[in-house]
Design a protein around this ligand. Structure first.
Ligand code: NCD
Length: 303
């Protein structure tokens, strides 16, 4: 039985097969609409989320399966003090597969080690968010036709943003990728990531101003400042509007540069940019459903 804790749990070849499956689902949805009849997905969300949870639920419903779960810890036995390892033992009796989001790094890993059903990490603290990364990779592969040979700018909260950490980690396995990290000094990408890039000889640059690098990017990955992970409100207020991507900045970019964002967006992309064909963050949401459908099928060993 397999779990998904990190995007690296799958080899590059396995990921390619998963992306091919997601592509087939996109092209032939009817072929998959009954694949999970009689199966149940449990969504255990100990931290607020709309997108990821609903994306998982939609994926399972599209496959003909059912969904159970909770959307915040307060409405579950966790509020009575139940441990993650007990909760998963109980859920294993009810469901066939589970997606867990938790504010503590490593909690889904603890769950996986006590589980008799596949566990998917749906985001653990500031650590990893593998299904968002699979979504990002599928979006890039589908719209650019490749996962190698580009310059990617990651902009915003590179310190606390788990989607950023997870995506960088996953891209390290593809060739000819250059990273440009765009953040205020306080929200720089953690040292363990840059140390690793140096060790691997992968080129990266750190800049503060978006305008400085806009013209050289093939992909721009925007992120929001992660309010809930700040220790004081003052720092958050000072940094929250540090970047606002607007049409003027977009005019500096290549005609085929793509803008991605894991969403939710706060202020970091002005709504006028939504009209720009290079803004693909809502398409990205749709790819998120296809990849989660593919993942559920793989982990349940149905396809
Ligand atoms: C991200 C997350 O939860 O880390 N959202 C998501 O899953 N699409 C990004 C965020 O919250 O900023």
């Amino acid at each position: 039985m397999r779990h998904l804790m990190s995007p690296l749990d799958f080899s590059v070849e396995e990921l390619d097969q998963l992306f091919d499956l997601a592509h087939d689902i996109e092209e032939n949805p009817a072929k998959y609409s009954g694949k999970c009849t009689g199966k149940k997905l449990a969504t255990l969300f100990y931290e607020p989320s709309t997108r990821t949870r609903l994306s998982f639920e939609t994926a399972m419903l599209n496959l003909g399966g059912n969904v159970i779960g909770f959307a915040d810890a307060a409405s579950s036995s966790v509020s009575k003090g139940e441990s993650v390892s007990d909760t998963i033992r109980v859920i294993s009796c009810f469901a066939d597969i589970c997606a867990m989001r938790h504010p503590k790094e490593g909690a889904p890993m603890v769950a996986a080690s006590h589980s008799s059903i596949p566990v998917i990490n749906a985001g653990d603290g500031g650590h990893q968010h593998p299904t968002q990364t699979l979504t990002d990779l599928l979006t890039i592969r589908s719209l650019k036709g490749r996962l190698s040979g580009f310059t990617i700018g990651l902009c915003g909260d590179l310190k606390f943003g788990r989607t950023v950490h997870s995506l960088i980690n996953a891209l390290l396995r593809y060739s000819d990728i250059r990273f440009i990290f765009i953040s205020p000094v306080e929200l720089r990408v953690p040292d363990y990531i840059t140390d690793n890039l140096r060790k691997l000889g992968i080129p990266y640059q750190e800049v503060i101003k978006l305008e400085e690098c806009m013209g050289s990017l093939d992909l721009l990955y925007m992120t929001r400042v992660q309010k809930e992970r700040f220790f004081n409100e003052e720092d958050y207020v000072r940094l929250k509007d540090f970047y606002i991507l607007d049409p003027a900045k977009m005019s500096l970019a290549k005609p085929d540069m793509l803008v991605l964002h894991p969403l939710p967006r706060v202020n970091e992309i002005s709504v006028e940019v939504d009209q720009d064909p290079r803004a693909v963050y809502f398409k990205q949401v749709q790819y998120g459903v296809y990849i989660r459908m593919a993942l559920i099928l793989r982990l349940l060993e149905i396809a």
